[in-house]
Design a protein around this ligand. Structure first.
Ligand code: ATP
Length: 759
């Protein structure tokens, strides 16, 4: 069942739950129109087949409908609902909705035995009828665009809504800048400022108003100060993002009109800006789900089915959460209570408590926002002797979020009094263009320029694949000495990882390299050891998902066609597998597994079966994803040819290669927000070593490290450890791949046949 407000990704939940349930040997039912369907029964409770949910991943909203149901608030409504469940033979409920829907579900479960007794007492059902349904298992999945439930970092739909908001803000910025205007943008969030805050971080907004954290002083003075400072630094545009539920420190609502009045105040001392208000409204809910929501909904749907099957009468009702990168089960009512406490804390103006009840990411992002907007304020600065000279360098292919990372790190450095310097065009640029001023490779950052990089794709400081040894280690070491760098902040993919390794190993020979070095992984291939996530990989998945959606549509227009799509990723099957999961691919081929004739044979036979069953009725095309290095022989073209030949005109097959489109245009908000958060953590990590740390650094393995998201934590891992234990150097990828187990989910949900797999 989907219930409460709709959110993108709910269809993904339904698809995953239906197919996983069928796979596990259960009957799956869709309850249409939320609790209304459960109370009214009849046609609103429908048994679902495997094919009923085909193509649902790429549909927005919820196809089984949702509604607010007054009857379910009352016991008689829940009594009828219980009767309808028993009559349909339903003994477990997986529900995707907000905290209200989940509270209703928990109440239903706790009342269940008494509801059955009452039905028997009233003669509506017999004892025999109710006996098999003694226990009701319920599992919740949080579907909400607000991301307002405590205990989970993300709810199904929140990143899609965030993407829509950021897209709109990006559009508005262009016109704001052209006319030197100010815009006040109102976004959803009555009790939760997640959307407003993350949109502010992702777009580099000047000011953000959220319910949980009002300005400590008068908001009017605070905002005027920041906007004025930004304008004085030369900014031509002003963007203020306000959550619906924003309040001042006294609990009074802050309206967009009030903000506009202040920004446009033309009296003496006023800002006098030409200001417009844009209320985004329901576009925030609209559209198809982004890749992240498709993954989240699919993985959580699968987990929910497992949870329901494993539950005993004693098991506490749980919901499926995600913490950083780990899908976990958590007690439902604790999360609901904490969520309600946030609203209460806001109402009673206990804002410290409201913030503390939000998750760690929220608090981090709040700090990120403060850091990136309040640059150049004296009171955050370190004492003179602790200020460092930090070199910034991008290595390898560009990836979404690189610029956002550099921007945030620069802002943080300035706020602390460090001196950030851009080393242009990687190690190659450093080695070849030193000294030829004014176009030398090393230049100070211009804050005004950098501030415009929040949403820019590519690499503004330039990037290059060359490793330090290729550029000449001695030269690099001399340059580091010459420029007196106290630390290096490197953003990039596997080449960047390899570069840091080379620099570390050369430390004995070149003492100038004994400075702290930190790598922030950024590559669409997501193949950097030490992290489960690299900047740019989310942007890449989104590009692939929208590419595949278009291809799938064209394939379904001509009906019986299979597209074989070649993805990038080097020798790492991450993007192929996760985009396969996000689009519902029939098969995914990855280098970790290789491709055998046996696999091709089984997959071709499977396709023959499904097209045979369709008998020309299906409107959905089929997709196969193959990583560029999955096999030396079977590439996308050959696989498509084999399928075409074997299909004997019963269906068609074509290959399609998206190529560099996968690097993406505008980076996704997730990549941008994570870039900001992780980049600031990197500089904080470097900062602990202080200026002239050469002797201390040499003995400290953590002084060359990689920041990463591992399971539910953000961690720094030493390069030494990763070089020895974590890296498959021959294949340029980590030794352990957290995502490999997702292959099984792609196969199950795609209905792919079982065949022996290499370990
Ligand atoms: P959103 O976050 O979009 O508001 P929600 O799930 O919180 O989603 P609600 O309108 O609060 O949305 O709840 C949806 C439905 O869940 C209600 O119409 C009602 O049928 C049921 N429901 C909510 N709260 C309860 C409750 N305390 N007891 C029984 N049923 C409830």
């Amino acid at each position: 069942m989907t219930s409460g407000g709709d959110s993108p990704g709910m269809n993904g939940v339904v698809r995953a739950v239906v197919r996983m349930a069928i796979h596990m040997g259960c009957d799956a039912f869709a309850v249409y129109e939320g609790y209304e369907g459960l109370v009214r029964g009849g046609d609103l409770i429908k048994k679902m087949d495997w094919d009923d949910v085909r193509g649902w991943l790429s549909e927005g909203g919820t196809l089984i409908g949702t509604a607010r149901c007054m009857a379910f608030y009352e016991r008689p409504g829940r009594l009828t609902a219980a009767k309808n469940m028993v009559l349909n033979g339903i003994d477990a409920l997986i529900i995707c909705g907000g905290d209200g829907s989940l509270t209703g579900a928990d109440k239903f479960r706790s009342e269940w035995p008494s509801l059955l007794d009452e039905l028997v007492a009233k003669g509506e059902l017999s004892k025999d009828q109710t006996t098999p349904y003694k226990h009701l298992n319920i599992v919740g999945i949080v579907g909400s665009i607000d991301n307002d439930l405590s205990g989970t970092d993300a709810t199904v739909g929140c990143y899609s809504a965030l993407s829509r908001i950021c897209e709109m803000v990006d559009y508005i910025e262009a016109t704001a800048s052209s006319h030197s205007r100010a815009f006040v943008i109102e976004v959803m969030g009555r009790h939760c400022g997640w959307l407003a805050l993350l949109a502010g971080v992702a777009t580099g907004a000047d000011f953000v108003f959220i319910p949980e954290r009002p300005q400590e002083h008068d908001w009017r003075t605070d905002m005027s100060l920041v906007v004025n400072r930004h304008r004085k630094l030369g900014k031509r545009k002003t963007i203020v993002i306000v959550a619906e539920g924003a309040r001042d420190k006294d609990g009074n609502k802050i309206s967009p009109e009030e903000i506009k009045d202040l920004l446009s105040d033309k009296t003496e001392g006023g800002l006098g800006l030409d200001t417009r208000i844009t209320t985004l409204g329901h576009v925030q809910r609209g559209g198809t789900a982004v890749a992240y929501d498709r993954l989240l909904s699919t993985l959580q749907g699968v987990e929910a089915v497992k949870a329901v099957l494993e539950a005993t009468p004693e098991t506490e009702t749980c919901f499926i959460a995600i913490n950083e990168n780990k899908i976990v089960r958590k007690p439902l009512m604790k999360a609901v209570q904490e969520t309600q406490e946030v609203a209460k804390a806001v109402d009673s103006k206990d804002f410290e408590k409201a913030m503390s009840l939000r998750d760690a990411e929220f608090a981090d992002q709040y700090k990120s926002y403060i850091t990136t907007t309040n640059v150049m304020i004296e009171d955050h600065k370190l004492p003179e002797e602790n200020r460092m000279k930090i070199g910034f360098i991008n290595v390898g292919a560009p990836a979404g979020g690189m610029n956002a990372a550099v921007r945030a790190a620069v802002a943080y450095c300035l706020s602390r009094g460090h001196e950030p310097l851009a080393i242009h065009n990687g190690f190659a640029g450093f080695a070849r263009h030193h000294g030829d001023k004014p176009f030398g490779a090393v230049r100070p950052f211009d804050w005004l320029e950098v501030d415009g990089w929040a949403s820019k794709g590519g690499s503004e400081i330039g990037t290059n694949r060359e490793l330090p040894e290729e550029s000449g280690m001695e030269l690099i070491a001399n340059l580091i000495e010459q420029y007196r760098f106290d630390a290096l902040f490197i953003v990039g993919g596997f080449e960047a990882f390899h570069s840091v390794s080379q620099l570390r190993k050369a430390r004995d020979q070149y003492p100038s390299l004994c400075i702290p070095i930190c790598l922030l992984p950024a590559t669409i291939s997501n193949n950097v050891p030490g992290t489960e996530y690299s900047l740019g990989s989310d942007t890449c998945l989104n590009e692939l998902v929208s590419y595949c959606d278009k291809i799938k549509q064209s394939a379904s227009a001509t009906r019986r066609r299979v597209f074989v799509i070649e993805t990038q990723g080097g020798r790492c099957g991450y993007v192929a597998t996760l985009s396969g999961l996000s689009v519902g691919a029939s098969a995914v081929y990855i280098p970790e597994e290789g491709i055998s004739l046996e696999m091709l044979n089984a997959d071709v036979n499977h396709l023959k079966d499904v097209f045979q069953k369709d008998r020309g009725q299906s409107r959905a095309g089929r997709l196969i994803l193959v990583n560029e290095k999955a096999s030396k022989v079977y590439d996308a073209k050959l696989i498509a040819s084999i399928i075409r030949e074997e299909a004997h005109d019963r269906f068609e097959s074509r290959e399609s290669i998206p190529g560099h489109v996968q690097q993406g245009g505008v980076p996704s908000p997730m990549d941008r927000c994570r870039a900001v958060r992780l980049a600031i953590k990197c500089i904080q990590h470097l900062e602990q070593y202080g200026r002239n740390a050469h002797n201390r650094v040499k003995k400290d393995p953590d002084s060359t490290s990689v920041i990463g998201i591992q399971s539910s934590d953000v961690v720094f891992t030493s390069m030494e450890l990763l070089e020895e234990k974590g890296t498959d150097w021959a294949n340029r990828r980590p030794k352990a791949a957290h995502w490999l187990e997702m292959r099984g989910v792609v196969d199950i949900l795609g209905g792919r046949p079982d065949y022996p797999r290499p370990e």
